[in-house]
Write a protein that binds this ligand. Sequence first.
Ligand code: PLZ
Length: 449
Amino acid sequence: MAGGPTLNAVSIEQQRRLVTALPGPRSRELMARKTSAVADGVGTTMPVFAAAADGGIVVDADGNHLIDLGSGIAVTSVGAANPRVVAAVTEQVAAFTHTCFMVTPYDGYVAVAEALNRLTPGSHDKRTALFNSGAEAVENAVKIARAWTGRDAVVVFDHAYHGRTNLTLAMTAKNKPYKHTFGPFAPEVYRVGGSYPYRDGVVDGAVAAARAIDQIEKQIGVENLAALVIEPIQGEGGFIEPAPGFLPALAAWCRAGGVVFVADEVQTGFARTGDLFACEREGVVPDLIVTAKGIAGGLPLSAVTGRAEIMSAPHEGGLGGTYGGNPIACAAALAAIATIEEDGLVGRAREIETLVKARLTAIRDKDDRIGEVRGRGAMLAVEIVRSGGSEPDPRLARDVAKAAHGQGVIVLTCGTYGNVLRFLPPLTIGDALLDDAFDVIAAAFEEIR
Ligand code: PLZ
């Protein structure tokens, strides 16, 4: 797929084009309405309102064409108006919008479960349950692990992000903006040190795992531990790739101790990292895997998939919810999954990695304020530090992002220290748009001192 995927099905011109200053007058008007109608707690990265999106472009309310390096936080991997998704959703919405799977089930739900059982790591017998959001699925993975083990404790890691509901806030590490003023949080959630080679200097994952395991055994006790929940590459915490060997060592320790190893692949899943699931890179087979975001081409859907015996531990009627596995979201998921498989989007993610890493490395070679270039596939980042050292520089990250926004490039920041610029383009973006976007970002690094 040299030059990127064939985008003949994409109706939006794949070109960055600004026809007003950003934000334009329509967006400014809409922002004023947002301010007086929407709760202040719900923030926005850019004060620009979307009118259409697909491929690598978001068109705003004023007709500006912006390059999308965010995919709505790693969601629209197949594009934001993928023709297969649009057709499947249109057909389903005309047939029926909802019955509730717990009342009168329908085949789309079952087909998504079959697809997840087939595609997730490991060839063992699996079962799946569907939900709406990533956080809801993480909560259900914990419920299932507790029902299976009869134990209470849950281990999570420094820099972790698992959601904004009460249990998942207990599991999320960062105070502001997520947790501040919202406690008290759910009990029996314990945080241990993880693996962050750039900052902790431990490049042997087995050593980092031994350190975490020691902490768990001393402070919790394996016999009290229901689940260990981990993002194979930490997302909101800063796109932190653990040292090689870290995940396999933790998974092996969990297996030996009867602890349910839960991979939170909400952000890393569905081709994003250049594998269908990030766990595959080191051959890790999680007991339970949590998916959302990229699963359904932008519709809200999430899942817990795992070993049949563990998934079947909760009593009948113990899992569910009014909307979980909504038929429209399931139709979208089947179309998104077919697109990922048939259009070779895992391979496309690897091509994006090659192109973008080359651009980021070239910037780093001239600018020591980029402490590290990291990530895999189309989940890539730079950690920004003060010149001459490794002190986090969130101001520069914010300023570069702002400069890019002003030029029509949608880019997000993240990280415990707010100093990571992250790149999550749709996998349907073309090379020309990527080149243009990284020209803008390279220029921003040169201009901002
Ligand atoms: N687990 C690994 O990345 C969501 C959050 C954005 P929901 N990440 C984006 C924000 O500021 O709210 C995420 C994740 C991982 C769980 C979640 C939660 O998924 O669908 O947002 O609930």
